[in-house]
Write a protein that binds this ligand. Structure first.
Ligand SMILES: Nc1nc2c(ncn2[C@@H]2O[C@H](COP(=O)(O)OP(=O)(O)OP(=O)(O)O)[C@@H](O)[C@H]2O)c(=O)[nH]1
Ligand SMILES: [Mg+2]
Length: 197
């Protein structure tokens, strides 16, 4: 059944988390940030490694230019629209789509919502979003994430981890703190994958 499933990492954190997943399931790293192609493959649409069935896709090249959506969820929605033909091609043959992300950024908020709508509403596929939600320390990002989170729940199934500031201490770097968040989302993703294969 896992052959019918595709895991799509969305935005910086979504792709970072997906990169840590050890699985034979097909992966797609998707971001408005051109860096995605350097980080997760040797170039557009090349496999990350021979042992993994993984592809990368930079979306919204025309609309975002050299940059990512840079906290602009509306721009990321437009990026999905711009790259829709390429995205649809990647989704051919998959019935279950798992969107892996961490809400709060432009791409994670905008592209996840737009993709969920396309995959569920237009393509009628099974869609599950597995996401982290920013802690209250992130202020307006946390508020923006909450707004998208509520909207996503009206579209498809959403599994989430609420980041908790008590997980971190003052000695930790930001990267160390977010690596803890990665682990929590990975555990949740593992459960979702295992419950459906
Ligand atoms: N788990 C995890 N979460 C992260 C990490 N870095 C940032 N986040 C969280 O993810 C949210 C979205 O951040 P990014 O993934 O950087 O945003 P993006 O989707 O790339 O958005 P733009 O760059 O604005 O287009 C943030 O508000 C944080 O809560 C990380 O390394 N791991
Ligand atoms: Mg980004």
């Amino acid at each position: 059944m896992s052959q019918n499933t595709i895991l799509i990492g969305i935005g910086y954190a979504g792709c970072k988390i997906l990169d840590k997943v050890k699985t034979g399931i097909t992966k797609l790293y998707l971001d408005t940030d051109p860096e995605v192609e350097k980080k997760y493959s040797g170039g557009a649409n090349e496999k990350v490694s021979s042992s993994e069935n993984a592809r990368t896709m930079r979306i919204g090249e025309k609309i975002c230019g050299k940059y990512s959506a840079m906290c602009d969820a509306g721009l990321a929605e437009k990026a999905v629209k711009e790259s829709k033909p390429e995205i649809l091609k990647e989704l051919e043959g998959f019935n279950r789509i798992i969107l892996v992300t961490s809400l709060g950024g432009g791409t994670s908020n905008g592209a996840t919502k737009k993709l969920a709508k396309i995959c569920k509403g237009l393509l009628k596929k099974e869609v599950i979003v597995v996401t982290g939600l920013p802690s209250e320390l992130e202020g307006h990002r946390a508020a923006a994430a909450q707004y998208v989170f509520q909207s996503l729940q009206t579209i498809c199934e959403v599994k989430y981890v609420q980041y908790d500031s008590s997980w971190v201490n003052k000695k930790m770097s930001v990267l160390e703190a977010f690596n803890i968040c990665d682990e929590k989302v990975l555990q949740l993703l593992d459960l979702v994958i295992k419950s459906r294969v």
